[in-house]
Design a protein. Structure first.
Length: 158
């Protein structure tokens, strides 16, 4: 049985159309598989306890750290004051990165954090602070020992 010339052309067109449809379908499925959104995974490291960083300032000096701490707000700025050491005050002055000459604010630390003034109101929150740690900020006994230039502050509880 032979196929006539016109029937051969129609059969060839049908085969080509089916092949083209198959190729387009496979290409669309491949693109969908490659470009589908994968579930977002949190790649940020878990925050360290502040005392871990404060007890090892040389290890973290100059690095961007992520710590969980109690952040105290006063009129002179933000401070981390945690009971990390029975002898030394291992506190940090926390300032938003790029806020300018912030170091003079450390003077208010003595007035607000170390003296008992009832008229000064200090608010405290638990927070996760991400920023560059300065482990060589102060050798003075009445100033914050460290400084954090915060890039992000996330309040986790009031």
């Amino acid at each position: 049985m032979m196929i006539a010339g016109g029937d051969m052309n129609r059969a060839m067109v049908k085969v080509m159309a089916a092949l083209l449809t198959f190729i387009v379908g496979v290409a669309a499925a491949a693109l969908w598989l490659v470009n589908r959104s994968s579930p977002k995974v949190d790649t940020t490291p878990a925050p360290l306890p502040y005392c871990e960083v404060a007890r090892n300032p040389g290890q973290y000096h100059g690095q961007v750290i992520r710590v969980r701490a109690t952040l105290s707000f006063g009129s002179g700025g933000m401070y981390i004051v945690e009971d990390c050491d029975p002898v030394s005050s291992l506190s940090s002055l926390v300032e938003i990165d790029g806020s300018g000459d912030a170091f003079p604010k450390a003077r208010n630390y003595v007035d607000e954090m170390l003296t008992d003034q009832t008229e000064v109101q200090i608010r405290k929150v638990n927070a996760i602070i991400t920023g560059r740690f300065n482990g060589e900020f102060s050798n003075g006994c009445h100033l914050p020992a460290y400084h954090i230039a915060a890039q992000n502050i996330q309040v986790v509880s009031p």
